[in-house]
Design a protein around this ligand. Sequence first.
Ligand SMILES: NC(=O)c1ccc[n+]([C@@H]2O[C@H](COP(=O)([O-])OP(=O)(O)OC[C@H]3O[C@@H](n4cnc5c(N)ncnc54)[C@H](O)[C@@H]3O)[C@@H](O)[C@H]2O)c1
Length: 342
Amino acid sequence: MKVLVTGGAGYIGSTICSALVDNGHTPVILDSLITGRVEFTNAHIFYQGDIADRPLLERIFREHPDIYATIHCAALIVVPESVARPYEYYRENVAKSLELFHTLKDLGYGRVVFSSSASIYDVVPDYMVTESAPLRPSSPYARTKYMMEMILKDFSTAYENMQGIALRYFNPIGADPRMRTGIHIKNPSHVLGKLVDVALGRLPAFEITGTAWPTRDGTGIRDYIHVWDLAMAHVQAVEQFPLIFERAPEPRERYVVINLGTGRGVTVRELVNAFENVYGRTINKIEKPPRPGDVAGAYANADTARRLIGWEAKLSIEQGIADALRWGEIREQILHYEAETE
Ligand SMILES: NC(=O)c1ccc[n+]([C@@H]2O[C@H](COP(=O)([O-])OP(=O)(O)OC[C@H]3O[C@@H](n4cnc5c(N)ncnc54)[C@H](O)[C@@H]3O)[C@@H](O)[C@H]2O)c1
């Protein structure tokens, strides 16, 4: 199958492209490189451009009329930046996705798999969220994801040739196990990226922010999912696209939402312990109060993914940590940061 992957030069999109190739499919990348890396596109068909550029999309589908589905990963994704620059986030994520979905509908390529986020959920008492758990997106970034879901849902309901699958990712970790791609931002804000930076001497200490949450050890709880497992869920979602709607609980459903997590909650302290075990040494850590906007967290009820796509996470948190560490060691050779001005 040929699959259009928007944002295919990013962390998750590039891993999805590798998983597609390893399973006999052909990705076609559309990415503006606003944050993504050209190095990640080298092995693939690549169009540099914007998801809202209709003439470019027309050209892509003219040149690849056999594209079966679109996986829409392209977005701006940094939560604090979205607080400071809401206009850019609503424009890049919401307004441009609206145009992308409209173009896909007009051109008759209406099978869409959308990268959504568990950050749209409210906190629930036992921290485990099903797809019908209450939503409360708490940042401009999370609200863009929620709005994009609503657009895809309304388009899928209104337009006969559209069907949408929103995949709500929990906390991706790790890198492609074959080390083709991984996290590319120079100063990662995610917890595992920071742990790797402390271990490799790029940061002085790991800050455990929030130690008085009502969780089993007081630290925040998350659902860390290996990015390769996440990528494989997309491959299976595309391969089984029509079947997913047949298996959906509502007959003739045209839009479905699926959590992508392991189904296991892990606290920050547990993650740090696992990290130290894999790394073989303790690391410097300090305890700090929670940052503004922090929440106790959530983990996935992963039953829907099992039922609708026959997918479940297979790789352990230790494997995710080991792959993140290996990637952390080699990524500068691949990404050539020293040539950049930042
Ligand atoms: N990383 C996470 O923890 C996480 C969690 C939940 C959901 N997601 C979602 O997964 C998707 C991918 O995230 P990621 O971590 O790989 O981010 P990333 O920044 O590595 O990748 C995003 C890619 O989209 C491209 N892009 C952005 N705007 C574009 C536009 N208008 N036109 C064309 N290309 C554009 C960027 O250049 C980049 O390559 C995003 O939609 C994000 O919201 C990520």
